[in-house]
Design a protein around this ligand. Structure first.
Ligand code: CTP
Length: 405
């Protein structure tokens, strides 16, 4: 329910992507928003107000002469109530009309009449690729951004007209994500956050290996929360099947040594490093070239192990981390004595913050409970979704940046 207590005006303009607006409306309501739909006459050619009324639970407005409003001013009342106006789909024509301040029908009139400082306007353009690439549309988009409008971007791929390229409306789930992110405070604007996530896989032979039960969910939630907070985010992920959070750059790795190399290369740019990965502590000394076969004697193969490099400790020792240019945060997955182990790790890894959690209660779950341990003491974050906890961690990092120890 990330949009709880948010009231949105969802504006529809003419375009085949109107069929996606039905799903968008449903998802917004599911996230706790109240949605007031406003449609242009062209939008009503593509989808009926009946559908949008049923999904939003509110009658749809489409005329500036709608007499249901006691003062007969829906263009004033509807905009004033909203936390944001979202136009999805937004046609090329509607963008052009917004640029010019045209206002001869309800939706454009309401956009013009909205209090600019208080009611943000977000557009999800949808059009043929040639229309999108046309200098007129690109010029209009630049002007709209200068006027304080947020353009949510477009998708790429097959279009209803049969052509392939940029200009499709973003998928409803992507738009909902972007809207949720829009409302998050931009605590990490200008920061570059580097996150490691998931398990690593240490090969024994071409078909077998050693790994662990980390699902990567906490690290992916941290990456998402940092992106929502306005940071540029790079996620170095071990082998997990999770979708990449929107707007996050992902580097897939398999072994601890690959994660080490990728992370150290990225750490030169980062301002915050959050090590959530459950890195395998040991790897087989050598990976067998071919599958190890049973030899019929009943004897198990003898595997020798060697220790993997410690990614967090290495980054924490780098000159940028030591000078305070790079804030390093470690995780501790324990099965008991969380506080004592986390405090010991704080010292051993040389980092200002360790985030403790009970591994068996966290791995694979959608929620977790955390213990933030620093030199100042320990603070509990009670059980909540991993995304909520990640947002709280982002807040803590932002505070630590403002008040370096
Ligand atoms: N970590 C790392 N590289 C490693 C091992 C751990 O970057 N080779 C990071 C983890 O991502 C985590 C923190 O170090 O942020 C703590 O990892 P953990 O495995 O819990 O600690 P260990 O140092 O392995 O200590 P122990 O095995 O005693 O629990």
């Amino acid at each position: 329910m990330d949009l709880k207590n948010k009231h949105l005006v969802l504006g529809l303009t003419g375009g085949i992507a109107c069929y996606k607006a039905a799903e968008l409306c449903r998802l917004l309501v599911k996230q706790g928003a109240t949605v007031q739909v406003v449609m242009t006459a062209a939008a009503e050619r593509f989808i009926t107000p009946v559908t949008m009324q049923a999904l939003s639970g509110r009658t749809v407005y489409s005329s500036q002469w709608d007499a249901r409003e006691p003062n007969n001013m829906p263009h004033i009342n509807l905009g004033r109530e909203a936390d944001a106006i979202v136009i999805a789909p937004c046609s090329a024509d509607f963008m052009a009309r917004l640029v010019q301040g045209q206002s001869d029908e309800l939706l454009s009139l309401m956009c013009l009449a909205r209090p600019i400082e208080r009611v943000p306007l977000l557009l999800a353009p949808a059009m043929n690729r040639e229309m999108w690439a046309h200098p007129a549309t690109q010029r209009n988009m630049a002007q709209l951004q200068r006027d304080g409008t947020t353009i949510l971007g477009v998708g790429s791929g097959e279009q209803a007209c049969g052509e392939t390229g940029d200009g499709r409306m973003l998928e409803p789930a992507e738009l909902v994500h972007d809207l949720i992110a829009f409302f998050q405070p931009k605590l990490l604007a200008g920061q570059h956050v580097l996150v490691t996530a998931g398990p690593t896989y240490e090969a024994i032979d071409p078909v077998r290996g050693i790994t662990n039960r980390s699902s990567g969910k906490m690290g992916f939630a941290v990456a998402r929360a940092a992106q929502e907070a306005g940071a540029q985010v790079t996620l170095v992920a071990g082998p997990v099947a999770l979708p990449t959070p929107r707007g996050v750059t992902r580097i897939d790795v398999r072994s601890a040594r690959q994660m080490f190399d990728a992370t150290l290369a990225q750490a030169t740019q980062a301002t915050i490093f959050i090590a959530t990965a459950a890195v395998a502590d040991w790897r087989p000394v050598a990976e067998a070239e071919h599958k190890i076969k049973k030899d019929g004697s009943g004897a198990a193969p003898q595997l020798a192990f060697t220790e993997n490099p410690d990614i967090l400790a290495t980054v924490a020792q780098s000159p940028r981390a030591r000078s305070g240019e790079l804030l390093c945060v470690g995780f501790a997955a324990e099965s008991q004595d969380l506080l004592a182990h986390a405090q010991a790790k704080l010292e051993r890894k040389g980092v200002p913050l360790i985030v403790g959690n009970i591994g068996p209660a966290a791995f694979g779950q959608d929620d977790n409970a955390l213990l933030l341990v620093s030199a100042d003491g320990a603070r509990e974050l009670p059980r909540a979704s991993k995304l909520e906890l990640a947002r709280a961690l982002v807040q803590t990092c932002a505070q630590m940046l403002r008040r370096p120890s």
